[in-house]
Design a protein around this ligand. Structure first.
Ligand code: FAD
Length: 459
């Protein structure tokens, strides 16, 4: 029996395709990376189906690429060497919400929007950390790529919130990680050897996560947004250090855009939340006072007249902070997500602006403050999807901001193949050898999303 027929036997005719229309979509994503070819697409419904597909792929030595929403923009879920795309969106059940211990157990295809609306309807006092990504992205893939959400400045990046996993290993074995490996409780991944790290940050090269438990958080009743602005880029690190030292925020991001003119400033966007009204009033007063006195006073202004439409966009969950991109330019949007220490921000800011201008783009930034504090410094690029030269420009700009990120001592988050290569070029050789050994141990047939974290001749 051929691969196509075997996949149909496992998952059913309706959930397998090798038709040109489907393969066209699964061979590219919304970012600027060149398309690559998928040979088969399958949407499994159960862990057992995933297991059988993995066994088939391993036996036939055919590449297998897991995919959630496919929205990293860095083509991480687009197969580099053909083979099967395992679209996890068919596994879309929310299996448990534990109100008391505050966690949810979900299948790999549950989208951000699905979990959010399920909680709003059934557990209105709880929330999960929602990334500012399209609603169709999956909670699981976002946690696995170390994404961040609207409460990350307060509670940590989303991979820190994992409390348990079920994984199908590349050999077909199903493995549980955390307390769920001992008992039917998914509330913690320690104290045990922390095996979750074998699957977080690996882009599906070490196994397929079929179920995940994520922490949930209390949902405060009151929320508000404050904007402060300045034109002094060199003040940014101290401002972030000071604001986060107070430890009172739900979310904190920075935006700027060269056009329209009113946006051509550094904006600090502070989202406050509180369980009591007087708590909110206190937090508001504290931040106004902080910026009034900051850096000798008068250098950072409170934005008094925030337009109601903008207010709504910032207070929505997820917020629409990426309004800073130049969407008029043919619909394409890309960014280098640079995870940087905050003292490097002014240099990144100035050099990033030079990169955008060199490629004829407006400079637009959205930066998410992360715990530490660190920052996800978004070097954003807009491009015209219908113009090959423009797409090529976006790729070159990405490569330059990736290089800049590493030169500044940072790391590229969810990097495309080129960014991964740059990381491995700079990596301590023993670390790289360890990565190679772990991959070889878990995936001896080398079938899992090949090309990613591939050391090639290094190490
Ligand atoms: C406009 C915009 C704004 C964004 N803002 C944010 C933001 O604020 N915060 C943020 O974190 N991200 C953001 N993103 C990036 C990205 O969209 C999200 O991180 C998203 O959650 C990724 O999830 P996905 O389901 O699309 O992942 P995919 O692209 O489908 O997968 C990502 C990686 O995980 C692997 N994978 C997928 N499922 C599994 C599985 N079950 N087991 C093992 N490996 C698997 C894939 O092979 C791939 O390597 C943004 C993207 C866009 C387009």
């Amino acid at each position: 029996m051929g691969i196509y027929e075997s996949l149909i036997e496992i998952a059913g005719r309706d959930r397998v395709s090798n038709g040109p229309e489907e393969l066209h979509f699964y061979s590219r994503d919304a970012g600027a990376q060149p398309p690559r070819s998928a040979d088969y697409v399958v949407l499994p419904k159960t862990t057992e189906e995933v297991q059988k597909i993995v066994v088939l792929a391993s036996r036939e030595k055919i590449p297998l690429t897991p995919m959630g929403g496919g929205f990293t923009l860095s083509a991480l879920g687009v197969p580099n060497r053909g083979g099967i795309v395992l679209d996890m969106k068919g596994m879309d059940r929310i299996l448990e919400v534990n109100e008391m211990s505050r966690y949810a157990v979900i299948e790999a295809g549950v989208t951000q929007a699905a979990l959010r609306s399920y909680l709003a309807k059934n557990h209105p006092d709880l929330q999960h950390s929602t990334p500012e990504a399209p609603p169709a992205v999956t909670v699981v893939a976002n946690a696995l790529i170390q994404g961040h959400g609207h409460i990350s400045p307060r509670y940590g990046v989303n991979s820190d919130m994992i409390t348990g996993m079920e994984v199908v290993l590349p050999t077909g074995e199903v493995c549980k990680i955390g307390s769920c490996s001992l008992a039917p409780t998914w509330f913690t991944r320690g104290p045990l050897p922390d095996l979750a790290g074998l699957f977080v940050g690996w882009y599906g090269t070490t196994g397929i996560v079929t179920k995940l438990a994520m922490r949930l958080y209390p949902k405060p009743k009151y929320r508000d947004v404050f904007l402060f602005s300045t034109d002094e880029i060199d003040l940014i690190p101290d401002a972030i250090a000071g604001v986060t030292r107070l430890d009172l925020l739900e979310d904190f991001f920075l935006i700027t855009q060269e056009k329209p003119d009113w946006m051509n400033h550094v904006f600090f966007v502070l989202i406050l939340s509180a369980h009591f009204e007087k708590e909110l009033v206190l937090k508001r007063d504290i931040y106004k006072e902080f910026f009034r006195d900051f850096a000798g006073g008068g250098r950072v202004q409170f934005v008094e007249d925030l337009h109601p439409a903008l207010r709504k966009r910032f207070l929505d969950v997820p917020p629409l902070a990426a309004l800073a991109a130049d969407f008029r330019k043919g619909g394409g949007f890309e960014y280098t997500g640079a995870i940087l220490p905050i003292d490097r921000i002014p240099e990144a800011w100035r050099k990033g602006m030079e990169i955008a201008h060199r490629y004829g783009m407006l400079c637009s930034y959205v930066h998410q403050v992360l715990p530490g504090p660190g920052i996800m410094f978004g070097f954003n690029y807009s491009f015209n999807r219908a113009d090959e030269k423009d797409i090529e420009n976006a790729r070159k700009a990405l490569a330059e901001s990736n290089t800049l990120t590493y030169e500044l001592g940072g790391m590229v988050w969810k990097g495309e193949l080129g960014a991964q290569e740059m990381a491995m070029d700079r990596m301590d050789p023993n670390t790289l050898r360890l990565i190679t050994r772990v991959k070889g141990l878990l995936d001896p047939a080398g079938i899992m999303n090949p090309g990613n974290w591939d050391p090639g001749g290094r190490g």
